[in-house]
Design a binder for this molecule. Structure first.
Ligand SMILES: C[S@@+](CC[C@H](N)C(=O)[O-])C[C@H]1O[C@@H](n2cnc3c(N)ncnc32)[C@H](O)[C@@H]1O
Length: 371
């Protein structure tokens, strides 16, 4: 396979992963710990077609319970985004919801009795738009969250809640931080290790939500999505779903685990916790194995972030090629191993079989009482 071909495939794969639609139950579950944080807020779902997004549906259906001030959803037109097709853009005539242009919908008032409509997005929209304080309009641009038009809508809002396109996760997060917004968004746990995301975690500006700590999550995919992976399903109506691993909520809204001390039940021994060869740290292979009596530097899996309580632990850095933590004590050369380049990208344990690089690890330390 040529490099160009591989890049095309990678791009197509990324493009497909941009079209995973979040399930209502997953949003409801994460929101169960954030209910009080949305009162009086303007909420924006800016990668969300109101005709199909469960984020829009959840916030519209729970508008009164949450005490929202307003709810805005924006989406790209079908030509730019989800279902690229041929031919000219279709204007929606009097009804923008019938066209395929980029849209903004704004909900400012919700009467009671939405219950019977909440399951059917178009019935819900019809009901909401009967109220003259609510509106839908075509955007003048393409609905890209990075456009000036969408950035100014973002500026007017308090909290962003969505599942952004996977391939644009960094840019999406960068924009939220630049605009100093609160957010509750879905991403892959590996995004935590990105060089522009990790400093936010270390700086206590970003953490993981409370409801997803492993396993996989089911997302609806477009009808054109090839169901060649394991763990897919088609429901009786023909809707397709796939299961995705590594999904996490990324947020800067407070969550309970940040205040709950992690229960530590293991005791340290040099035999059970080998030391690293290129960091002055011990290997702790699972979060449940963090010893209660060790106060030096420990290397733990990234899933530690699911339980991270900043009053109990301090994150010192991550094992990486650039040695951004400044804690690496040794750099390998060709005279150490032909794979010295790989070794320099990781924490390394010296075993009877030679150097063994570990997966990316967080470097952490217990806070002592007067820390
Ligand atoms: C992962 S899907 C999630 C959709 C919806 N938020 C949900 O959770 O069901 C990401 C959505 O963002 C849209 N999208 C892709 N690039 C975008 C961009 N630059 N600006 C706005 N939306 C974009 C995609 O078409 C897709 O519908």
């Amino acid at each position: 396979m040529t490099k160009g071909h591989r890049e095309d495939l990678d791009k197509a794969k990324r493009g497909k992963a941009d079209e995973f639609y979040t399930q209502y139950a997953d949003i409801e579950k994460e929101m169960s710990d954030h209910l009080g944080q949305f009162k009086g807020k303007r909420v924006l779902c800016n990668c969300d077609d109101p005709r199909e997004s469960n984020f829009f549906r959840y916030f519209a259906a729970n508008f009164l319970t949450l005490g929202l001030k307003s709810l805005i959803a924006t989406c790209q037109g079908h030509q730019q985004g989800r279902t690229k097709g041929k031919g000219p853009k279709r204007q929606g005539g009097k009804d923008p919801l019938k066209g395929d242009r980029a849209l903004a919908i704004e909900i400012n008032e919700v009467g009671g009795g939405l219950g019977p409509f909440a399951k059917d997005p178009s019935a819900l929209l019809g009901r909401l738009l009967k109220n003259r304080r609510n509106s839908v309009r075509e955007l003048s641009g393409d609905g890209d969250f990075r456009s000036e038009e969408c950035a100014s809508i973002l500026e007017s809002c308090d909290i962003v809640a969505t599942n952004p396109p996977f391939s644009l996760f960094r840019e999406f997060l960068r924009q939220l931080v630049a605009h100093d917004k609160k957010f509750l968004i879905i991403g892959n746990i590996n995004a935590a290790t990105y060089k522009d995301v990790f400093p936010l975690i270390m700086g206590d500006k970003l953490w993981m939500g409370h409801s997803i700590h492993g396993g996989d999550r089911e997302f609806r995919v477009p009808s054109s999505y090839p169901l060649d992976a394991a763990g897919h399903r088609v429901d009786p109506s023909g809707a397709r779903f796939i299961r995705v691993k590594g999904v996490r909520w990324f947020t800067n809204l407070d969550v309970p685990h940040r205040h709950k001390p992690l229960r530590l039940t293991e005791r340290y021994s040099p035999e059970a916790y080998p030391g690293y060869d290129n960091y002055d740290a011990i290997e702790v292979s699972a979060v449940s194995r963090i010893p209660c009596d060790y106060f030096g530097t420990m290397c733990v899996p990234i899933t530690f972030l699911d339980k991270y309580n900043p009053s109990q632990f301090r994150i010192l850095g991550i094992t990486d090629r650039q040695n951004t933590s400044g804690l690496r004590t040794r750099k390998y050369t060709a005279s150490d191993s032909p794979k010295y380049n790989d070794l320099n990208a990781r924490g390394v344990i010296l075993t009877d079989q030679g150097y063994k690089p570990k997966y990316a690890r967080l470097l952490i330390r217990r806070r002592d009482p007067d820390d």
